[in-house]
Design a protein around this ligand. Structure first.
Ligand SMILES: Nc1ncnc2c1ncn2[C@@H]1O[C@H](COP(=O)(O)OP(=O)(O)O)[C@@H](O)[C@H]1O
Ligand SMILES: [Mg+2]
Length: 266
């Protein structure tokens, strides 16, 4: 039996905005009853037009927000009824966030950025025995997994956009989360770096990491294994990717074209 990591049942999210004096309150039904589940090892794209509910769904999946109705079970923990403390614990330990804007601390080395999530663990009894050396070793391991072993002591400002996103991915993985939640992770990167990052995600996924990625680009969704599409707050399609592309093959082809173009121009 595959291990179910994410289970959403009948998820509704209603935003209520108080009307100005004399006006009626406005109600927005951002999610209208979404059912979705994902097993360990999946790589899912969330697509849909602007306003369809992607960010609302992301916030719920990331335990940044609770649904108005419905249940969300993450790694066998029921989140909807959990206390604020448990909810925060689940967010810190079970989810690895990757954002479009990397969100690294600038005057901080790659290694220190990746160590950060480990400090939040100290509340837990067992974790108090974790030494500075243990933390450093874990962070270094995560940086090796994203191919940045030679850049550990570089400051964020000394790294390219693609390298900064690798640091962010290492930081997302350092706590060994149940899944990685990526929101337009290549939105700030050029074509070459985008393909590198998608290649890294494919490699991490082939090693068993579970990934959920929001994207509005079908070309990027083609590197994942499954695409769900939202429209007007409803999940209108859920399909496996049949002709999955290899981002590293596409990167090699793109580099070759670039070299030819450069040659022709010189
Ligand atoms: N905090 C909020 N308050 C009120 N309405 C919101 C809020 N966030 C989103 N919405 C509304 O909910 C709907 C879904 O928005 P969103 O989840 O941001 O969609 P997407 O990310 O796909 O563009 C939209 O109609 C949007 O205007
Ligand atoms: Mg959005």
């Amino acid at each position: 039996m595959p291990n179910t990591v994410i289970e959403l049942r009948g998820i509704k999210r209603i935003y209520k905005m108080e009307g100005k004096q004399g006006e009626e309150a406005v109600v927005v039904r951002a999610l209208r009853g979404v059912d979705f589940s994902a097993d360990a090892g999946e790589f899912v794209s969330v697509m849909g037009p602007s306003g369809s509910g992607k960010s609302t769904l992301m916030n719920i999946l990331g335990c940044l927000d609770k649904p108005s109705e419905g249940t969300y079970t993450l790694d066998n923990i029921e989140t909807s009824t959990s206390s604020p403390d448990t909810f925060a614990y689940i967010r810190n330990r079970k989810i690895g966030f990757v954002f479009q804007s990397f969100n690294l601390l600038s005057r901080t080395t790659a290694l220190e950025n990746v160590e950060l999530p480990l400090f939040y663990r100290r509340r837990e009894k067992e974790e108090k025995r974790q030494t500075a050396g243990d933390r450093k070793e874990r962070a270094a391991r995560a940086l090796r997994e994203v191919g940045l072993e030679k850049r550990m002591d570089h400051y964020s400002s000394q790294l390219s956009g693609g390298q900064q996103q690798r640091v962010a991915i290492a930081r997302a993985m350092v706590n060994d989360p149940a899944f990685i939640l990526a929101d337009e992770p290549t939105g700030n990167l050029d074509t070459g770096m985008t393909l590198e990052i998608m290649g890294l995600f494919q490699e991490l996924n082939s090693r068993g990491k579970t990934i959920v990625m929001v994207t509005h680009e079908p070309e990027l969704a083609a590197y994942t294994k499954r695409i769900i599409t939202l429209r007007d707050g409803e999940l209108v399609s859920d399909k496996p990717v049949t002709e999955r592309r290899s981002a590293l093959d596409d990167l090699a082809a793109w580099k070759k074209d670039h070299a030819l173009l450069a040659e022709a121009a010189s």
